[in-house]
Write a protein that binds this ligand. Sequence first.
Ligand SMILES: [Zn+2]
Ligand SMILES: [Zn+2]
Ligand SMILES: [Zn+2]
Length: 478
Amino acid sequence: MSSAPMPALPPEVAAAVQRAELPDFARWHEMIKSAGGCEQPIRLRGERLTVDGETGELIESYSTDDEPTGYLITACGNRRASRCAACAEVYRDDTYHLIISGLTGGKGVDEQVSGHPRVFLTLTAPSFGAVHAHRERGGKVQPCRPRRDDPLCQHGRAEGCRRRHAADDAMLGQPICEDCYDYQRAVLWNAHAPELWRRLTLAVPRWLTAELGITHKALRAQARISYARVIEYQRRGLIHFHAVVRLDGPDGPEQPPPAWASSSLLERALRAAVSEVSVPIPAPDGQSQPEEVRWGRQVDVQAIQVAAQLDGIADKHVARYIAKYATKGAEDSGTVDRPIRFPSQIRTLKVSEHARRMIWACFALADQPEYGDLRLRNWAHMLGYGGHFSSKSRRYSVTLTQLREARAEFAAQAARQAEGLPEPDPNRNVVSTGRWKYAGSGLLHGEHFWAEQARDRIQKARRVRQSITERDQQRKAS
Ligand SMILES: [Zn+2]
Ligand SMILES: [Zn+2]
Ligand SMILES: [Zn+2]
């Protein structure tokens, strides 16, 4: 007698079943759940000793030798959604809280901060050549770049474009003529953007002192300017800056701003500073005349209102917007998310033609000694930009580290309660020491299924939590 054959399982499910049969599975599963279903978890070996700092008494000892797995798992913590969806989601949440607490208070920031003048600033790059664009007027898609008499450029191509591009057209942001487009100045702009931002943060207080007729010292004694900013890659491969800029009292959000402070004054200061600042650079074509890197003419400054008022934009909208960009890389501009080592790789990269030319321009300029400091080879995959994706001034709000510590403390407390352990004695001087060694990273055979399942559950729980919070807030507001 022969029994009917078992229907074949999809290979990843079969592998998941195999993994679940191994003796260390229960503990491994627990670890991957607490790592949020991280896609690139890090395995660590080592030990931790907790002793009483005064008596030297051993309170707790832990060693991965005692774990069924033989190792401990920790999340990769990568910010980028293209690398690890689970960790990027945590980062996005943290960024949201960081931004919103600087606008409405909470997480240790005084709630009176919501009354301080603050604006949402968007800065752009200048144009380095015509690109295909999606235009809409009155809900109707308009022609991209109509030109009377259809003139041709020096390369014999049409200078205009009469197509009506959809909002998701792959041509958007791509140059109308790649040979006319100024790739060298485009990547030099990206490369100097961090310095341009730094000069802007210095120019704003300078403008205020001139406007108010007071010294720098007097300004510092009366007010402080705080900001939090992210960058966003546009399809044309150039970056935008989005920032919350706020005026506080001299020590930050806990102190009321001076009587002269207002959103409109802050807006005027920002607009004046944006048009004034520049960074001198040597010309890329080796001419003797140095050039200047400047902000693009499109500058947007909007007052940020508490929740939903009519003028300006709402604080939550701003926080969500910034958090969204915090987990992105340059991928949206059609480039790759890892450094490029050799020029020989460029030809075969899976990138848009526009991004490939920007990458080429980075390698070409990197060989010119006057641009050596920009390290353009290292940042070629970022199309020249070598700065941070997000940054904030010291007194904007909480830090990401503070949020992470709060989360770790919450998890430790939950674990203590689950195991019926006593709360730590706050009067006891406890010292922890650990020795950890890296033992590999990534998911092994059969583990992807379980990590994904953990990730799904956490996402669902997060969504439920968000909708409850939003409902509560609406109820409070009405
Ligand atoms: Zn991760
Ligand atoms: Zn077009
Ligand atoms: Zn041309």
